[in-house]
Ligand binder design. Sequence first.
Ligand SMILES: *Cc1c(COP(=O)(O)O)cnc(C)c1O
Length: 404
Amino acid sequence: MKQTSSKPIVNEPFPLPQRWGDAEIELLTQAMRQQSLFYWKGPQTEALYEAFRQHYPLKHLFPCSSGTASIHIALASLKFQPGDEIIVPCITDMGSVLGILHQQLVPVFVDIDPDSYNIDPGSTRRAITPKTRAILPVHLCGNPCDMDSIMTIARENQLVVVEDCAQAWGARYQGELVGLKGDLSCYSFNDFKHLSCGDGGMVAANDDAFGLNLSKWGDKCYNRVTGIRNPDELALNYRMSEPLSAICTAQLGKHDDIVERRHRTGMLLHSLLENIPGIIRTKIQSGDLHSFYNYIFRLDLDLLGVTRSTFAAALQAEGVNAEDGYIPDPVYRYDLFQNHNFYAGTWPIRDFGLTDMDYRKVKCPVAEEFLQDCIHMPLNEAMTEAYTEKVGLAIRTVAERFAP
Ligand SMILES: *Cc1c(COP(=O)(O)O)cnc(C)c1O
C-alpha cells in the first residue's frame, strides 16, 4: 500500500446549490396577496398544472402533500381488494410501500438488477401470483427502469403499473421522460429531490380510466366539481396548498437546467470512473438519460482486499463526500416487516387469512449483496467540472492504492 498523501485531493468543500430564490419569492408573494390559499381553482395550483405539463404532458394531475401521498392516492384509486399483491423492488424508500400497507395490500418485494440497481424484470415475473394486481417500478437514483420489460410483463398479466419517479425528475427512458409509460406516475418534491417545496408530491395519469378520480382520493372523497359532499369511500386529505404549489411551479421552471447540470456532472463522474480496478460502475442503458439523484457504485472487495468501511474512510480522507452503503437494509429487513407490526402489533389481512406473507422468509440475494458493497455519493447541480474531476481523481487514487 502506497502512502496516503497529506493533503486531500478534493481540497474544497462539497458545493451546495442555492435552490430557491427570486422565482419562488415572486410567486409566493402573489399567493400571499390572494384571498384564499386553497388548491381547488387556486391560481398557483392552476399554474402548477401548466408548469408540470410542459414537461410531463399528462392529462390528470393531483398535487399532494408528499411522494408517499402520491403513491397512496394512486393505490387507493385502483380499489384493489384487501390481500391483493403489489410487486415492488426491495431497495427503495418507505414511501413506496406505505400506501400499499395502508390500503390493506401486500407489498411483494423483488430483487434488483445487479448493474442498474433497479427492479429486476425476471424476479418480477417470478413473483406474479393470481393475487398480483400491480407493479411499482422505482427509477432508483434517477436511472430509468427497464420499462419495456416491465410494461410487457404487466400487459401479459393484466397488471397496473404505478411508476415511482420520486428520485428521477428529468430522467428519460429511451428518450421519453419517466412517468409517461406507466398507468399512474408519482413524483416527490421533498427536500432531498431534484425539485423541492420542502414537502410535496404529484400523482398523474393520462388515461381517464386511471386519472378521473385522483382528486377524490386525495381530497376526502369530496366532489369539488359538483360541490356535492357525500363521501362514499374512505379517502384521505393529501392536498397541496397554494404556497407550496407556487414554489413547485417556480421549481419546475428550473427542471431542465437542474436535470441538465446533474446529468452532465453524473456522466462526467461516470466516465472518470471507467476502468478503475475494483470499481464497478452502474449500468446506464444506451438511449436512456440518467438524471443522477445521487451517484452509487459498487466495489469489488475481493480485488481491493479491504473492507468497504476502510475504502470509504480512505475516500473521505481524500475529501470525497462518500458514504459506505446506501439504505441500511432491504426494506423487508426493517423491524416493521420482520415483526409484521403494521397495526399495533397486528396485521389484520393476515389474521383474516387474506395473505400468508411472511417477511422473515423473504430474501433478495442481489440486493443484500449490493447493500454490502456499494458506495453512495450525493450529487447536485452546483458541482463544477473542476470539482467533479478532483472527485474522480480521488476515487481512482484510492482504488489504485488498494488494487495497484
Ligand atoms: C423520496 C421517495 C419517496 C417518497 O417521497 P416523500 O415525498 O418523501 O414522501 C418515494 N419513493 C422513493 C423512491 C423516494 O426516493
